[in-house]
Ligand binder design. Structure first.
Ligand code: TEU
Ligand code: CA
Length: 545
């Protein structure tokens, strides 16, 4: 039996299956495609794959809208393909994490079809129905993707709640039957061999009593009072007691809007909820800022270190590519990609790598809005223009923030369609695949890909990098983020120039004996005492010998 805290020692790799590798030429990535690339992933050194939602779905939101929790989305393949994938992963000692969407279903789920059919249908209370306030929705909540979080259903004259698209009605977790359904679904998957759960938008499952108006106007997400509620924690504790406590399963909650303090409610091991959560405070920086980054990680570490754990990432399927938004996808493409890799893989907490990040894939800029696929961002763009925003500005914002940037096909080679499909890809390939692709980077010893490999191997071989203490080093510096990772066996000093400038930096109280373990330039000083000029995005990881 594995230890129950194995989640602290792994490196996770997120696969957005529909954009990963297409095995049958329909233009959509699938499970046989994932199987075909497992050796690539094993070679990279990762331990866990997180698979984006793969249950049956009409795909209004690429699987985040489930219409049958016990079936496989046809685009991914069959249940047989899924079982084979699990088997092939087991052979290679790769664990599988399922992305589970429990806050809402698709509006095509049979529960919702029944629920909306009449006020006294037995499934009516599976969802959240309310009468309007006069001509208006039941309260002022806004959806992430649309205007109001409520849609009027003509048939019964009541509104239903949806925090996301109107095709994603929220389930009513205060209904015990709904919770029982969910627990039995999860167990069903765990018995099929799932080792981990990424719990989508789990911070929304518990709606506050009486559904009061939101306090924060205008989508001030950090302040909303209808997520991360007491009710949510109650349900997660019940879920833990009923299911999680009986399986050796790793859990990560997707929970926007938490502080280091409120996060403890989810990850304090004595509260029996989740292993870790994703938080987003570092993602929405306007510009990378070393002092901010330092305080940010210090605060999270200080709050969680005793009885919790953290999750580290910069990219996922909802965010622009971090190398484009916070790094430099042009002049210092390679250097800045490696700098982020170093950060993610040396911090305290489990690292999550998003597909393509390991080769430095960048944001895309298609010519026409018709080339984009994500309804959420297209809708927001159209809404902005409709509400009078300058179209040029709206387009620029759209290019910067849209979710499709992270969803273009994985760039495997310089062949047609980046070697992703022999058919027509569901979304266009980023034209820079000619240069940025796995085949090229495999051949180049100095590539981003090979750097990730070395860094993952370093982390995995080091007790201090996995579980050691995190200590910000020295004092605040405007450009350099410096910290130690230390345990009784090892001590690392990580120095990161989080800027494209040449920067002078001296590690003050260091005398001798520190050797370079890894870094992102050739001919870097082997000893900490030799050279104190950091080149653009230069990072150095020293070890005390
Ligand atoms: O995203 C949820 C989401 O958009 C919010 O949790 C938000 O990111 C966060 O609160 C920031 O403060 C998830 C999926 O990742 C996304 O792809 C889906 O579209 C969405 O849920 C609906 O299932
Ligand atoms: Ca396919």
């Amino acid at each position: 039996m594995r230890n129950s805290d194995w989640f602290k020692d792994v490196v996770v790799y997120q696969i957005y299956t529909r954009s990963f590798f297409d095995s049958n030429g329909d233009g959509i990535g699938d499970f046989p495609g994932v199987i075909a690339k497992l050796d690539y992933l094993k070679d990279l050194g990762i331990d866990v794959i997180w698979l984006s939602p793969f249950c049956k779905s009409p795909n209004h939101d690429n699987g985040y809208d489930i219409s049958d929790y016990r079936d496989i989305m046809k685009e991914c393949g069959t249940m047989g393909d899924f079982e084979l994938l699990i088997e092939e992963c087991k052979k290679r000692d790769i664990k599988v994490m399922m992305d589970l969407v429990m806050n809402h279903t698709s509006n095509e789920h049979p529960w919702f079809i029944e629920s909306r059919s009449s006020i006294d249908n037995p499934k009516r209370d599976y969802y959240i129905w309310r009468k309007g306030r006069g001509e208006n929705p039941p309260n002022n909540w806004e959806s992430y993707f649309e205007d109001s979080a409520w849609t009027l259903d003509e048939k019964t004259g009541e509104y239903y709640l949806h925090h996301f698209f109107k095709s994603q009605p929220d389930l009513n977790w205060s209904n015990k039957e709904v919770r029982e359904e969910m627990y039995s679904i999860i167990e069903w998957w765990l018995k099929k061999g799932i080792d981990g759960l990424r719990l989508d938008a789990i911070h929304h499952i518990g709606k506050p009593q009486g559904l009061p108006d939101a306090l924060a106007p205008e989508k001030e997400w950090e302040k909303l009072n209808y997520r991360n509620t007491d009710e949510t924690h109650e349900y997660i504790q019940e879920f833990h007691q009923r299911v999680l406590s009986r399986y050796n399963v790793m859990t990560v909650g997707e929970t926007g809007g938490n502080t280091p303090e409120s996060a403890r409610l989810y990850v304090d091991s004595e509260r029996n909820e989740l292993n870790m959560i994703f938080h987003f405070g570092h993602i929405f920086m306007e510009k990378l800022d070393a002092p901010f980054v330092r305080d940010y990680y210090k605060n999270w570490y200080t709050s969680l270190r005793e009885r919790g754990w953290d999750a580290n990432f910069f990219s996922n399927h909802d965010l622009p590519r971090h190398i484009s938004s916070l790094g430099d996808d042009n002049k210092y493409h390679r250097e800045s990609a490696k700098a982020f890799a170093t950060l993610i893989l040396t911090l305290w907490g489990t690292p999550y790598i998003y597909q393509g990040e390991e080769i430095g894939m960048t944001n895309v800029c298609f010519e026409s809005i018709d080339d984009y696929r994500d309804g959420a961002c297209k809708q927001q763009y159209e809404l902005a223009v409709k509400n009078g925003k300058d179209p040029d500005k709206a387009w620029k914002d759209f290019i910067k923030t849209n979710r499709d940037s992270a969803r273009t096909p994985m760039q495997w080679s310089s062949e047609k369609n980046a070697g992703f499909t022999r058919g027509k890809p569901w979304i266009k390939v980023n034209p820079n695949y000619i240069n940025i692709n796995v085949e090229n980077e495999k051949r180049d010893g100095d590539s981003i890909l090979n750097y990730y490999k070395k860094l993952i191997a370093l982390r995995k071989s080091s007790s201090a990098l996995k579980r050691g203490d995190f200590k910000p080093y020295g004092s605040h510096h405007p450009k350099i983020f410096a910290f130690n990772r230390e345990d009784k066996n090892e001590n690392f000093l990580i120095l990161l120039n989080l800027s494209g400038d040449m920067v002078e930096y001296r590690a003050e109280d260091i005398e001798q004996g520190w050797e370079l373990a890894i870094g992102n330039y050739n001919n870097q000083p082997q000893s900490l005492l030799e050279d104190n000029i950091f080149k653009p995005w230069e990072v150095r990881v020293y070890i005390d010998v």
